[in-house]
Design a protein around this ligand. Structure first.
Ligand SMILES: *Cc1c(COP(=O)(O)O)cnc(C)c1O
Length: 345
């Protein structure tokens, strides 16, 4: 990623338990490759990451309530908040002024209406910048709504609003691009990009030339291979008929593991070089595949079925489930045995 955005730099977004892949592991692997700026969603995630990567790197917390002990907790764990509202600025500003100064990212809303200063709030701040006394602004940031669609007019519109709002505020480095934004070109890179999804192999750009390398694999173990005696139905709700002689493989994973229930009668796996369909509903702990197209005796109890991999990609599975790779990854359950391979793992 940082080669694409150079000379501007990259921070890694590792929120939601490192997009479901394990925050401590993902954080430490990225840290070993030289990443020094991280984004998490919550203070708790920040504390976990700080323990994993030690002192030195910047950990930015995107979503802080700033009530109760929030400011003190941020300070205790060397976490830097993203200030999303005048309230955040007031609380963190007061905290910083009484403890000898601090740092923050200042977030501006340029079109999502979720978090960040509205244009009028940014204007107010521009007229009263003493509210930021004691606070070093590491970056002014905003977030793109449609970055995965390179043709969407919203991208340029948000970039224009971002520049307009920043021009009235004290000068600070800027950050706009998420994964999709990285591929919108250097005008979107500013000083720091914030890729998340792309780091984990999730497709983040509609442009076909921007296929991500698959870095996550998921396998399920076959519990049973069955031959259907006579015409019958499979699973809860009897939603799928199977003919006599059909061969089925029952695999030990289910919606409790984040193999989404919407994949019932629509998902696919891969085994012995053959694409195999999910038949019937996905249960809590079990999936049934029709393996009639694989010669008898090839697949046996204890063998693996590829649920996500080079044949059945994360994006393929997400499409079949009617969702996006982000949701598939962040839904991955805790029952899977997780193996981390390669550099830094
Ligand atoms: C989640 C998030 C990102 C990363 O988005 P991806 O699409 O996963 O690259 C960047 N910035 C903010 C503010 C986010 O919330």
């Amino acid at each position: 990623m940082s080669t694409i955005t150079a000379p501007s730099s990259c921070g890694a977004v590792v929120k939601a338990d490192g997009y479901g892949l394990g925050l401590a592991k993902v954080g430490s692997a990225l840290s070993k490759t030289g990443c020094t700026r991280f984004f998490v969603a919550t203070i708790d995630e920040g504390i976990t990451l700080r323990r994993s990567i030690g002192a030195g790197s910047k950990i930015y917390v995107l979503n802080v309530t700033m009530v109760g002990d929030a400011a003190a907790e941020l300070d205790d764990h060397d976490l830097t908040p993203v200030l999303n509202s005048p309230f955040d600025i007031a609380v963190w500003g007061t905290h910083c002024r009484s403890f000898g100064g601090g740092r923050a990212i200042l977030a501006l809303d340029t079109g999502m209406q979720r978090l960040g200063l509205s244009p009028s709030e940014a204007q107010d701040l521009a007229g009263a910048t003493d509210r930021l006394d004691g606070v070093t602004i590491d970056y002014v940031m905003s977030h793109l709504a449609c970055a995965e669609d390179a043709e969407h007019p919203m991208n340029e519109e948000q970039r224009r609003r971002f520049d307009a709002l920043r021009s009235n505020l004290p000068r600070a480095p800027a950050s706009l691009a998420n994964s999709g934004g990285v591929f919108l070109g250097s005008a979107f890179h500013y000083d720091l990009s914030r890729p998340g999804a792309a780091l984990y192999g999730v497709s983040c750009s509609t442009s076909a030339s921007k296929k991500m390398k698959q870095v996550v694999g998921l396998k399920g173990k076959i519990l049973q291979v069955r031959v259907v005696d006579s015409e019958s139905t499979v699973g809860y709700g009897a939603t799928r008929s199977v003919q006599a002689g059909s061969r089925l493989a029952t695999v030990a994973a289910g919606y409790a593991d984040g193999y989404l229930r919407s994949l019932g009668n629509s998902g696919h796996g891969y085994a012995a070089g053959v694409k195999i369909p999910v038949v019937g509903r996905v249960s809590m702990d079990l999936i049934t595949f029709d393996i009639s197209n694989i010669p008898s005796g090839v697949l046996n109890q204890g063998d693996d079925v590829e649920l996500i991999g080079t044949h059945q990609t994360l994006d393929d599975l997400a499409g079949e489930a009617g969702t996006i790779g982000y949701e598939i990854l962040t839904s991955l359950g805790q029952r899977y045995e997780r193996r981390y391979i390669g550099n830094g793992a």
